[in-house]
Design a protein around this ligand. Structure first.
Ligand SMILES: [Cu+2]
Length: 152
């Protein structure tokens, strides 16, 4: 019985291995700002596919405005700048994470916050549009270590 099961499973595994590596996005989450007048921050990981691409934009209809930013440390002070496009080399992970690249989201829809997720659309230079639900981390919820984002 077990023998025939593993024979059936083997061809499926081989088929999965033969697929080209897909470009995808995961681990998306948004830290909602406790203050309505300051933007919330978004984080995620892009997994590069077979070819190098650029992440050109991230959009959502659940926020008034979204920008890609990069935080850098300059003379011991954290500053940030908007970034236009982010290279995603083939088969390489690019993380938007606290202290580095991040999204800024102004005016996140309160209903979406209530529902706990904000669908983000990632636009890539190869024409791919990838939609991922970002999990909402409400104010006061435990944030991953180093997730402070006070430099606005
Ligand atoms: Cu920022």
């Amino acid at each position: 019985m077990f023998g025939s099961l593993s024979v059936l499973a083997a061809p499926m595994l081989l088929a999965a291995c033969a697929d080209p590596a897909p470009l995808y996005v995961d681990q998306a989450w948004i830290r909602i700002s406790p203050n309505k007048d300051t933007p919330s921050a978004g984080y995620f990981v892009v997994h590069g596919g077979e070819a190098s691409v650029e992440l050109r934009d991230v959009i959502t209809d659940r926020a008034l405005r979204v920008e890609m930013h990069e935080s850098t440390s300059k003379d011991g002070k954290m500053t940030m700048q908007p970034i236009e496009a982010v290279p995603v080399p083939a088969k390489t992970q690019v993380a938007f994470a606290p202290g580095g690249k991040h999204l800024m989201l102004w005016g996140v829809n309160p209903e979406a916050v209530q529902q706990g997720k904000v669908p983000l659309t990632f636009l890539f230079s190869n024409g791919d549009r990838i939609i991922v639900d970002a999990i909402v981390q409400k104010t006061g919820a435990a944030a991953p270590a180093g997730a402070e984002h006070k430099q606005h």
